[in-house]
Ligand binder design. Structure first.
Ligand SMILES: [Zn+2]
Length: 298
């Protein structure tokens, strides 16, 4: 861990992102001489803080995925100054736990509010929730959803995109798999001027996100159909945001019966979240990373 950067991170956290970046550029000028030769020789991974000009987008399927699968990472990067956006494709209206809702519409409305409350706890800068039908993403028109996600990528212009792998994450839910497929296509197509070129007006331009990650799991849940995970390449230390992640999950009050099971699994994984680097604009051999923004440029 880079104590020097960490120290300045605390100092800069009260500045606006633009101010932080200006200061960091000045500080970075002195960095090479501020370390001893022995420190410079260390080959520890460098975690960048003060990511004031960086943006992280996360595409999920249901309200609560943002907390359960990505919550610690979203909050950790927000604390480092990164702008975050979560796009959730369904309002979760087919859930078994219905919190007293009398109809799908009522449950959708309740879960949208819970999603916003969870995003507030996670410090998400731009929460977006669509109205696609829960449990039915595999039946939706692929082109329509990829079109919408491509537009969101071109508007938010993330440096890094997180989503589920086609295995569907730790639960293997088909909606998670489809969210990952749609988001993966949007990741690639948003950067190509010949895809959805009708979007390219009024300031919307092609955008190449630099890295695509799938959530990776440390273990499979018992009693479920087999799930084959992508290898983990990246472990993010979420520190005490394990508690924040649990608190964000508990903002989903309609899902209260899931809380004990979730908390047990979250504690089992501990203060880290795992990812698989699925694509990068700087291809090369896969290295074990501890920072999603390693190698990312402004
Ligand atoms: Zn889900």
């Amino acid at each position: 861990m880079d104590d020097f950067a960490k120290c300045f991170s605390a100092t800069l956290s009260c500045l606006s992102p633009r101010e932080s970046t200006r200061r960091v550029q000045n500080i970075a000028f002195f960095l090479p001489t501020a370390r001893s030769p022995r420190e410079n020789a260390r080959s520890e991974p460098i975690i960048r803080y003060n990511l004031g000009m960086f943006r992280l987008m996360c595409v999920t399927a249901h309200p609560d995925d943002e907390a359960g699968s990505f919550g610690g990472t979203l909050r950790t990067y927000r604390d480092r100054g990164t702008e975050t956006c979560v796009v959730c494709l369904t309002p979760g209206q087919a859930a078994s736990n219905r919190g007293g809702a009398r109809s799908d519409q009522e449950l959708a409305a309740m879960r949208k509010r819970e999603f916003l409350a969870s995003c507030e706890i996670l410090g998400v800068s731009k929460p977006i929730i669509f109205d696609y039908p829960d449990g039915q993403l595999y039946r939706q028109e692929l082109n329509r959803i990829v079109y919408q996600l491509t537009l969101e990528v071109r508007r938010f212009r993330p440096h890094v995109l997180l989503t589920f792998g086609p295995e569907g994450g730790v639960t293997g839910h088909p909606d998670h798999s489809m969210a990952g497929v749609f988001a993966g296509l949007a990741f690639h197509w948003a950067g190509r001027a010949n895809r959805y070129s009708d979007q390219l007006h009024s300031g919307v331009e092609p955008h190449r996100t630099q890295k695509l990650y799938y959530g990776a799991a440390g273990f499979a849940l018992p009693g479920r159909p087999p799930i084959t995970f992508a290898p983990r390449t990246t472990a993010i230390d979420i520190g005490n945001h394990l508690e924040t992640k649990v608190a964000a999950f508990k903002a989903h009050k309609t899902q209260a019966p899931l809380w004990p099971h979730f908390e047990e699994n979250a504690q089992k994984l501990g203060a880290k979240e795992l990812f698989h680097l699925a694509a990068s604009i700087r291809p090369g051999p896969i290295e074990n990373e501890s920072d999603l923004f390693a190698g990312v440029e402004e």
